[in-house]
Design a protein around this ligand. Structure first.
Ligand code: ADP
Ligand code: MG
Length: 391
């Protein structure tokens, strides 16, 4: 009934590597993620609450004696050859921008990388907002460091992965995805302060509740241009509010009462963009407390408010995400639902009572399909560990 995406078969990956390269590889993995709440707050120095999921990218690798990286991705069905000393130009719009970007970001941090043979396999759906890109960057960075005998602290690894995305891929993302892929712990979400880059673990009790990811299976082209536009609008909001609140560095520094006092200074749509970020930050802090207290009812209310704020104030939702959200809201089995990720398609997350799980999955399928003609994907996920070597 549910989408069962097979896990990555690690034994098969090892034997395939041995067959191709005549050597035993080391295996490394990093997870995809969902964001429970705190959307578009990361680049505003705010708070986010991601949870790594039990879908991962696995990199099998062994060092080479020359300066080449030979990487094969099964999902891309392609092998590429890159030279550590002669990087290609950035932003070619190809999957190995990520590979080159990570290698060059590590080299820029003074790491002495060796050439390597790499096989990459993943069961994180790509482009669905579950951050297959960060899973790739972080597993790859970790693998390249380990097989080169180089050490790097985890925060620098997450930052290097983010640099790869900025400089080589050209997506000006915040640090949330790479941070989650690096620091996550099984059974927990991470409350990250995107200014101090410190995080605390928040237990996620899934004994009576399941988290279901529902993929709308649409992706509108707007995503990256609108993302950059939202970032610029937030910066404009800060500039304007600084005229009366000179001490602020980012939207994170503005309280709800300050915003109410000064919002008339902001033209539309900047006012609504700022309102989303400021209220979303407050919701994220409340949600972390609610989760900790196992108060899923409050969590559900906050999730619904988050979705509506993303829809109406930040305007990054779309008809399919709104439909998926509305269907979930109308079902008895659902405790909370919202879109997750940057928006304009991708997934919703749903906290669903375990005793109503089958029914939920069926209802979402039938109703979404009836109204859109699109078959949604549904995944039940649990909270997984961040990057690690598989031994
Ligand atoms: P998301 O991170 O939400 O999945 P992105 O557009 O940020 O979506 O990243 C998806 C891109 O990352 C893919 O188009 C591909 O270029 C790259 N990618 C992700 N996983 C892999 C993989 N296993 N092998 C090769 N490239 C991958
Ligand atoms: Mg991504």
């Amino acid at each position: 009934m549910l989408e069962i995406q097979p896990g990555v078969d690690k034994d098969k990956l090892r034997s395939e590597f041995a067959r191709l390269h005549g050597a035993q590889p080391r295996l490394f993995r990093a997870p995809g993620r969902i964001n429970l709440i705190g959307e578009h707050t990361d680049y505003n120095d705010g708070f986010v609450l991601p949870m790594a999921i039990d879908r991962e990218t696995v990199v099998a690798g062994a060092a080479r004696d020359d300066r080449l990286i030979r990487a094969r991705s099964y999902s891309q069905g392609e092998t590429v050859e890159l030279n550590l000393d002669k990087p290609g130009s950035p932003r070619r719009g190809v999957w190995f921008d990520y590979v080159e970007g990570v290698a060059q970001a590590l080299i820029a941090r003074g790491k002495l990388l060796r050439g390597a043979d790499l096989l990459i396999q993943s069961n994180v759906p790509a482009g669905a907002g579950l951050s297959s890109s960060a899973a790739l960057e972080v597993s790859l960075g970790f693998a390249l460091l380990a097989i080169s005998g180089q050490e790097l602290d985890p925060l620098s690894l997450a930052l290097a992965a983010t640099d790869a995305e900025h400089n080589y891929v050209g997506t000006m993302c915040g640090i949330m995805d790479q941070y989650a892929a690096t620091f996550a712990k099984a059974g927990h979400a991470l409350r990250i302060d995107c200014r101090s880059l410190e995080s605390t673990l928040v237990p996620v009790d899934l004994s009576e509740t399941a988290i279901v990811v529902c993929d709308t299976n649409v992706k509108h082209n707007l995503a990256s241009s609108e993302y950059n536009k939202r970032r610029a609008e937030c910066e404009q909001g800060v500039q304007l509010l600084r005229l009366v609140l000179p001490e602020i560095g980012a939207l994170r520094d503005i309280s709800m009462s300050q915003f109410e006092l000064h919002q008339h200074r902001l033209p539309e749509p900047i006012r609504r963009r700022c309102r989303h970020v400021i209220t979303e930050n407050a919701r994220t802090l409340s949600a972390a407390e609610a989760l900790k207290a196992r108060d899923l009812k409050t969590m559900g209310v906050l999730m619904a408010e988050s979705h509506r704020s993303l829809r109406d104030d930040y305007e990054v939702s779309c008809a399919e995400l709104d439909l998926m959200f509305e269907i979930a809201q109308s079902l008895d089995q659902v405790i909370g639902a919202r879109m997750t990720g940057g928006g304009f398609g991708g997934c919703t997350i749903n906290f669903v009572r375990r005793d109503g799980l089958e029914e939920f999955c069926e209802e979402i399928l039938v109703r979404y399909q009836d109204q859109t003609g699109i078959t949604p994907s549904r995944y039940v996920v649990t909270a997984a560990d961040g990057v690690s070597e598989i031994t």
